[in-house]
Design a protein around this ligand. Structure first.
Ligand code: E4P
Ligand code: PEP
Length: 341
């Protein structure tokens, strides 16, 4: 059950509902959005029905949502959400490009990659300081030193930073540098991490688990939303199938399906899905054409020396083609490329 508060509801109105629900043995999770506050209720629905919640001061509506995910469900919010990352919009009529190195390696490499990202039309910089690697012997990222580099590069280029956090105990630290927290495919069901990210006060980019159904992905988003944060962007990044010609199989149909089930913006990662440089442009084209709210792309000034995922990184030579694509295709599907800050 979800209570939708009126735009002019006061903090006292909200506090009395939380108290009333607690006195009925339930829990109330308050999520403050840009235009309205919603309260998700957990507990005995029949008992809640006796409370006459709709008549309480400040309440606009009480919704019974049939989907197992409530706060992120489109049943709760029919209009599609726009998430702002340090002012940069994702969702609505926008098509937003996020680009940068897979991993932060050095200040020079990160700055060069950020300048490449800008040239390709990106309005947000990606880059991992904490890398979730298959092998414990592979480069794990620079940690806080990498976050400092990202922060310096943001100052130099004006591009807000999206960076991954892999452990709940690092959320506060990463959030103190990042403009948006990324939760990767391997951690999509790390519930403690999802909850910590939901409390961090920063927008969250939630990648789909490589073996997760769309419903499991939306339930993971619900964990973040339930902690009071509805600034969530979903990212389809390819799933595990029998096919070995690509690193993962981009589930392009997941974009319209997730958009029909949830009000959250949905973007696509053409780099980690295909796993090959030559596939990044065709998959980006497919993502924009299908109606994705954005793409997140790996770029690197010298992919042959990259410490992570070099084969999928775009080079200098690929930038004009990506810039042309994101400049021309969004308009054909009713979108406008988010301006480079
Ligand atoms: C990238 O960003 C991930 O850390 C990377 O794709 C992990 O893959 P690998 O460790 O199997 O190379
Ligand atoms: C990444 O984008 O850096 C990353 C690790 O991606 P994924 O979680 O999709 O593998």
């Amino acid at each position: 059950m979800v209570i939708v508060m009126a735009p002019d509801a006061s903090s006292d109105n909200i506090a009395s509902i939380v108290d009333l629900v607690a006195s009925a043995g339930g829990e109330a999770y308050v999520t403050r959005g840009v235009s309205r506050t919603i309260i998700g209720l957990v507990g005995d629905v029949q008992r809640f029905a006796t409370l006459d919640l709709r008549a309480l001061p400040g309440v606009a509506d009480v919704l019974h949502i049939s989907a197992p995910y409530k706060l992120v469900s489109r049943e709760n919010t029919a209009e599609r959400s726009v998430v702002r990352v340090a002012g940069v919009p994702i969702g609505g009529d926008h098509m937003t490009v996020i680009a940068g190195p897979c991993a932060v390696e050095t200040p020079e490499q990160t700055l060069e990659a950020a300048l490449m990202a800008r040239r390709a039309g990106a309005s947000l910089l990606r880059g991992g300081a904490y890398k979730p690697r298959t092998s414990p012997y592979a480069f794990q990222g620079l940690g806080e030193a990498g976050l400092k580099i990202l922060s310096d590069v943001r100052d130099e280029t004006g591009l807000p930073v999206v960076t991954e956090v892999v452990d709940a105990s690092d959320v506060e630290l990463v959030a103190s540098y990042a403009d948006m927290l990324q939760i990767g495919t391997r951690n999509m069901q790390n519930f403690a991490l999802l909850q910590a990210a939901g409390e961090a006060g920063k927008p969250v980019l939630l990648k789909r688990g490589m073996s997760a159904t769309i419903e499991e992905w939306l339930m993971a988003a619900e964990y973040i939303a339930q902690r009071g944060n509805l600034d969530i962007v979903l990212c389809e990044r390819g799933i595990r199938t029998f096919e070995k010609a690509t690193r993962n199989t981009l589930d392009i149909s997941a974009v319209p399906v997730a958009q029909s089930l949830s009000h959250l913006p949905v973007i696509v990662d053409p780099s980690h899905s295909g796993g090959k440089r030559d596939l990044v442009l065709p998959l980006s084209r497919a993502a924009i054409a299908v109606g994705a709210d954005g793409i997140i792309v790996d770029v690197h000034p010298a992919p042959e020396t990259a410490l992570c995922d070099g084969p999928q990184a775009l080079t200098e030579a690929d930038l004009d083609a990506l810039a042309h694509l994101v400049d021309t295709l969004p308009a054909l599907v009713g979108r406008t490329l988010t301006a480079v800050p």
